[in-house]
Design a protein around this ligand. Structure first.
Ligand code: NAD
Ligand code: UDP
Length: 324
């Protein structure tokens, strides 16, 4: 018989968190979704509310929370540049105090705790593609620092609690992930381009569009997170999770226009400060230790995401901040 665990997902109502909750609830676990709804709306988890093994807690992870759990996935943090830069001090607090709070809980409950870290720990990388051994090139005083340095500090806390207090940790470094339930006004490139394309509005390309990103479909990402949590205790990471297929942002804009049969035109906007020029994960470690690699090609993932955006009523969504 499968073991039923009590699992806390912080940021569980968000884009990634809601898909993770879906999977854990379907596996029969007793799932607590904790969120302050800063960058998400309840609609993402509304379909889970009637389930006996799902619970929704409105709480801000910068404040202590007292729960009894076996596992924690720590996803609470705004992830889109516009929104995490809106209140940068709060973003740093969410990463750092959030990490301290979940690590304290994990220590008390002897729970396993997984941190959703990010490719942003590599900053604007001088090494390409990026292996886990690369220590990164982050501007500590730039507009992205509240997120990048917050996530770096959270990794430090995870490893110090592991070394000093034997907390059972896992750290995954997530590269750009997309899919259904991205907030239509989160301001990230795929949600922006699809929202604009479906309304035949101008597609806002920052800079000349030669910067690259590597896009992973959400189902692939969730599979990797669950494998990491359930993997051997001696494999704590950090491990890169992402799709090594690399695209220029201009190429992405053209692909979204093609796949959505849009009449949108591409317009250029200034390049944001410290925007990384290139990003692509080395995923050898995930392949060898988790037996994982992404399965959904970008064209297919984009089609699924476009279908989702067609299916929702965008008017029902409130922009989290003016920055999208
Ligand atoms: P998201 O914005 O959809 O989800 C984040 C969730 O955290 C939201 O529901 C938000 O309301 C909640 N939240 C924010 N601050 C909080 C606080 N103080 N207390 C409680 N809840 C809070 O973004 P996402 O893409 O689902 O990202 C989830 C996690 O994965 C984040 O930690 C993010 O840094 C990380 N990540 C995501 C990506 C990606 O491409 N999607 C890449 C790297 C890392
Ligand atoms: N971008 C863009 N137009 C937009 C939104 C983003 O050209 O409307 C670019 C952005 O400058 C960056 C890339 O797309 O180079 C990915 O941006 P996103 O905010 O999705 O994530 P990041 O990887 O930068 O955190």
């Amino acid at each position: 018989m499968a073991i039923i665990k009590r699992i806390l997902v912080t940021g569980g109502a968000g884009f990634l968190g809601s898909h993770l909750c879906d999977r854990l609830v379907a596996q029969g676990h007793d799932v607590i979704c904790l969120d302050n709804f800063f960058t998400s709306q309840k609609v993402n988890v509304a379909h889970l509310l009637g389930k006996p093994n799902f619970e929704l807690v409105r709480h801000d992870i910068t404040h202590q929370v007292w729960l009894e759990v076996d596992e924690i996935y720590n996803l609470a943090c705004p992830a889109a540049p516009g929104h995490y830069q809106y209140n940068p001090i709060k973003t740093m607090k969410t990463s750092v105090m959030g990490a301290i709070n979940v690590l304290g809980m994990a220590k008390r409950c002897r729970a396993k705790v997984l941190q959703a870290s990010t490719s942003e720990v590599y900053g604007d990388p001088e090494v390409h593609p990026q292996p886990e051994s690369y220590r990164g090139s982050v501007n500590p005083i730039g507009p992205r620092a509240c997120y990048d340095e917050g996530k770096r500090a959270a990794e430090t806390l995870f490893f110090d609690y592991h070394r000093s207090n034997r907390v059972n940790i896992r750290v995954v470094r997530i590269f750009n992930t997309y899919g259904p339930r991205m907030h239509p006004f989160d301001g990230r490139v795929i949600s922006n381009f699809i929202r604009q394309a479906l309304r035949n509005e101008d597609i806002t390309l920052f800079g000349d569009g030669s910067q690259t990103r590597s896009f992973c479909y959400v189902d692939d990402l969730v599979e990797a997170m669950i494998r990491m949590m359930n993997g051997p205790d001696d494999f704590v990471g950090p491990v890169n999770i992402g799709n090594p297929e690399e695209h220029t942002i201009k190429g992405l804009a053209e692909l979204v226009i093609e796949l959505s049969a849009s009449r949108s035109k591409i317009v250029h906007r200034p390049m944001p400060a410290d925007d990384p020029a290139r990003r692509r994960p080395v995923i050898d470690l995930a392949r060898s230790r988790l037996g994982w690699e992404p399965k959904i090609p970008v064209r297919l993932g984009l089609l699924k995401t476009i279908d989702y955006f067609r299916s929702i009523d965008i008017e029902q969504y409130r922009p989290p901040t003016p920055n999208f």
